[in-house]
Write a protein that binds this ligand. Structure first.
Ligand code: NAD
Length: 339
């Protein structure tokens, strides 16, 4: 069996092929009970179509949960283009993708993801209006993502450590890219001491010096003595093994799919590590997209991002009576908002 039943509860899966323009793509729409499906367009050299299908089904389902927990009027969708973005991405292919999205009649709204850039989405938008992330004056959504992570971190240290702010706490950040470097500045402004690691040590040094913090070797960041671990690089960083090596009582970061499997949440709980579920913590970017698409004034954006902290607290309260871990609690809260 390819998929567990509960993972295969999608509304539609559509294949888009255009041999002439080199497009081989799939769009999965998981659930539209809250509104049109939204989710990035990933381009990757998948080994075969089954891997691409598995990815798009999993990612679109994740988007339904993310939109629900973020409380925005969108459902979950995702697109994948099968192909190597460094060699196979052409203007023609992106136009074919735009035509494919347009054929879906607004049921799916696309944006950028791994292997596609804002510039690519601009090219796609020459063929369809159903795109997000390129609205004039919108800036980089990573700022909103980082702010959402920061708000959740403040709430997490309140709940787990009884701390009123990050003042005097040590925050270990893995990955100083778009999200991690912005998060570092917010944390430092709140009085937190940064320890940052990056695959390229010069980038870690730069962010450390800008924030008055320190840098650590990339392979030592999990064991760094800290109050909060903030994974802001790759997914799958928290495994059964790393969960036992983690020295921080709180884990709260922007990376997607941080747990190698859901069972790792139980290992973290056993060690009394307060794990903040990634799709809640990093929902700031999708909330920003909602305001770009639906509320050009953007006035309520800050308040909406602040509400992520309250949602985290709500999920925490839920664990006291109804759930065995923060992951399970967050899933249940999200499901209560999906029909
Ligand atoms: P990014 O590529 O700008 O930054 C990540 C950085 O981490 C890269 O520079 C990379 O070189 C570095 N890196 C990779 N492996 C590493 C390792 N093992 N240790 C240390 N550094 C490593 O990406 P980003 O936009 O900052 O996103 C970071 C994470 O947050 C990703 O998982 C992304 O999917 C997720 N996310 C981002 C947004 C957003 O708005 N950018 C929104 C939601 C989720």
């Amino acid at each position: 069996m390819l998929f567990a039943d509960e993972e295969f509860d999608h509304e539609t899966v559509t294949f888009g092929r255009d041999e002439k323009r080199g497009l081989n793509a799939i769009v999965a729409i998981h659930n539209r009970s809250r509104g049109p499906a939204i989710g990035g367009c990933r381009m990757m050299a998948y080994p075969d179509e089954t891997s691409a299908l598995t990815d798009v089904l999993r990612l679109s389902r994740g988007m339904t949960y993310k939109c629900a927990i973020a409380d925005i009027p969108f459902g979950g969708g995702k697109a994948v283009i099968i192909g190597d973005p460094s060699t196979q991405k052409t203007r023609d292919l992106l136009h074919a993708m735009g035509d494919f999205v347009e054929q879906l009649g607004g049921r799916y709204i696309t944006s950028f993801d791994s292997g596609t850039s804002l510039e690519d989405i601009r090219v796609i938008s020459e063929r369809t209006d159903h795109v997000g992330g390129i609205q004039p004056g919108s800036g980089n959504v990573s700022s909103s993502t980082a702010y959402g992570v920061f708000v959740c971190m403040q709430e997490a240290v309140r709940l787990r450590l009884g701390a009123e702010s990050l003042d005097g706490l040590v925050i270990a950040i893995q990955g100083a890219g778009n999200v991690g470097s912005r998060l570092a500045k917010l944390v430092a402004k709140d009085g937190g001491h940064i320890v940052v690691a990056h695959i390229d040590e010069s980038q870690a040094r730069k962010v450390a010096s800008e924030t008055g913090g320190d840098y650590a070797q990339n392979n030592r960041i999990l064991e760094t003595d800290s109050d909060v671990f903030a994974p802001c690089a790759l997914g799958g960083i928290l495994t059964e093994e790393t969960a036992w090596n983690l020295s921080s009582p709180v884990s709260c970061g922007g990376a997607n799919n941080q747990l190698s499997e859901d069972a790792v949440a139980d290992a973290l709980k056993q060690r009394d590590i307060f794990y903040c579920p990634d799709y809640l913590v990093n929902a700031g970017g999708i909330i920003d997209l909602h305001y770009q698409l639906n509320e050009p004034s953007r006035d309520p954006l800050g308040r909406h991002l602040d509400s992520l902290g309250q949602t985290l607290r709500e999920c925490y309260e839920y664990t006291k009576t109804h759930a065995r871990s923060m992951v399970q609690a967050t899933n249940r809260v999200a499901e209560s908002r999906i029909q």
